[in-house]
Write a protein that binds this ligand. Structure first.
Ligand code: ATP
Ligand code: MG
Length: 341
C-alpha cells in the first residue's frame, strides 16, 4: 500500500529565518520523528520558484545546498528511506504539469492570493512567474498525491487553491489526484490550533520574510547570536507598557512572546504571567534575546558538523526516485487529457 505523503518546500532565494524554522521546518521534523514509518516525507527545494522575486543568480546553486544543510542541522534524518529530498528543477514533471494546470485555473482565483498581492505591491514590473507560482505549487503537491502540507499561515491559501484545482480536475477527468487535506485538518495534523506565523521585528504587521529588502527585522539562521540579540532588543513594540498577548492590538509584543514560547517550548500564558506587574518591555526583550542567541549558537554548531557529501548523495538518490513517481502521475494526466493513448 502507498503511504500517505507529507510534503513541504522552502524557497532557496536567501538564507532561511527563524519563521521558516518554526513554521515549516520544525513541524516537518517533528512529523518525521513521530511518523517516519507510516508516511512518505517529501522535503524539496522549489528552486524554480527562487526567482519569482529578484535574486543574485550567481548564488542560487550554493544557496540551495545551504538550505539543505540547514534541514540536516535542524535534525532531519537523511538516512530514513521514507524521506525524500530533491530539487524541483531536477524533476521536470513539475514544470510540465504547471503548463497543463494553467489551463484549468482562473485569473480571478490567482489574483485573490494574498501572497501575490503583498509581493506585487508597488512593484513596477510584476513577472508572470510571481502571479503563476501558486499553480507551480499545486503541481508540486498534486504530482505526489500529497495529503499533508506543513507550511506557515502565509501558504495555507495556496494549499486551498491546489485542493480546488484538484477537485476541478477530478470532476472533469475522473480521480486523477489525491486531495490535499483542508486547512483545519492540516493544522490538526500538525498538533496546532493554528499555523505559526512569525512577524517582522521592525514591522510586526507583516510576516518575517527572507526576501525582505533590508532584513533588519528578520532573524536569519545564519545571523551571529550577537547580531540576532541586537535585532530583538530593537524590535518594535507598543506604548501600552504591559506584557499582554494580543496579536491584533499588540503584534510586536505578541510576536516576541510567540518566539520565546516556541524556542523554549513553554505555554504563552505561563510566559505572560512571569512579567505580571511590569511596566516596561526590557526584561522580556532580554529574555527573548537570550533564548534566540542560545538557540543560534547551538544550531550553528550543528550546522558546522554537516557533511556535504551525505547531502549530495541523498539528493541524487531522491531525484532518480522522484522522477519515476512524478512521471508516472504526469502520464496519467496526459492520458486523461488526450495527449497520450
Ligand atoms: P520569501 O520572502 O522568499 O517568500 P519566506 O520567508 O516567505 O520567503 P518561503 O520560502 O516562502 O519563505 O516559505 C517557506 C516556508 O516557511 C513555508 O512553509 C512558509 O509557510 C513558512 N514561512 C515563511 N515565513 C514564515 C513566517 N514568518 N512564520 C512562519 N512560517 C513561515
Ligand atoms: Mg514566502
Amino acid at each position: 500500500m502507498k503511504k500517505p505523503v507529507i510534503l513541504t518546500g522552502l524557497r532557496s532565494n536567501n538564507d532561511l529565518h527563524i519563521g521558516n524554522y518554526l513554521g515549516a521546518l520544525m513541524p516537518l521534523i517533528n512529523m518525521q520523528v513521530q511518523h517516519a514509518k507510516d508516511y512518505d516525507i517529501h522535503l524539496f527545494v522549489p528552486d524554480l520558484h527562487s526567482f519569482t522575486t529578484p535574486i543574485d543568480h550567481s548564488k542560487l546553486y550554493e544557496q540551495t545546498i545551504n538550505n539543505l544543510r540547514i534541514y540536516a542541522a535542524a535534525g532531519l534524518d537523511l538516512d530514513s528511506p521514507n524521506t525524500h529530498i530533491y530539487r524541483q528543477s531536477y524533476v521536470s514533471a513539475h514544470s510540465e504539469l504547471t503548463v497543463i494546470l494553467n489551463c484549468f485555473s482562473h485569473m480571478g482565483e490567482l489574483s485573490r492570493m494574498t501572497q501575490y498581492k503583498e509581493k506585487a505591491e508597488n512593484k513596477p514590473n510584476i513577472s508572470v512567474g510571481l502571479f503563476d507560482y501558486p499553480i507551480l505549487m499545486a503541481s508540486d503537491i498534486l504530482l505526489y498525491d500529497a495529503q499533508y502540507v506543513p507550511v506557515g499561515a502565509d501558504q495555507s491559501q495556496h494549499i486551498e487553491l491546489a485542493r480546488d484545482i484538484a477537485i476541478r480536475m477530478n470532476n472533469k477527468f475522473g480521480d486523477l489526484f489525491t486531495l490535499p487535506e483542508p486547512e483545519a485538518k492540516q493544522a490538526e495534523f500538525m498538533s496546532q490550533t493554528e499555523r505559526m506565523r512569525i512577524r517582522d521585528l521592525i514591522t510586526p504587521e507583516k510576516k518575517m520574510s527572507k526576501s525582505d529588502e533590508t532584513g533588519k527585522g528578520v532573524i536569519f539562521l545564519t545571523d551571529t547570536p550577537e547580531a540576532a540579540a541586537k535585532k530583538i532588543m530593537g524590535a518594535t513594540t507598543d506604548s501600552f507598557g504591559e506584557v499582554h498577548y494580543d496579536k491584533k492590538e499588540r503584534p510586536g509584543i505578541s510576536n516576541l512572546l510567540d518566539i520565546l514560547a516556541a524556542l523554549t517550548d513553554t505555554d504563552i500564558k505561563e510566559i505572560v504571567s512571569r512579567y505580571a506587574g511590569q511596566t516596561q518591555y526590557g526584561e522580556l526583550k532580554k529574555d527573548v534575546a537570550e533564548a534566540v542567541s542560545s538557540f543560534l549558537t547551538d544550531f550553528q554548531f550543528k550546522l558546522s558538523q554537516i557533511d556535504d557529501a551525505v547531502i549530495i548523495k541523498k539528493l541524487e538518490a531522491s531525484e532518480i526516485q522522484m522522477n519515476k513517481v512524478a512521471n508516472s502521475k504526469l502520464l496519467s494526466v496526459q492520458k486523461a487529457l488526450g495527449l497520450r493513448l
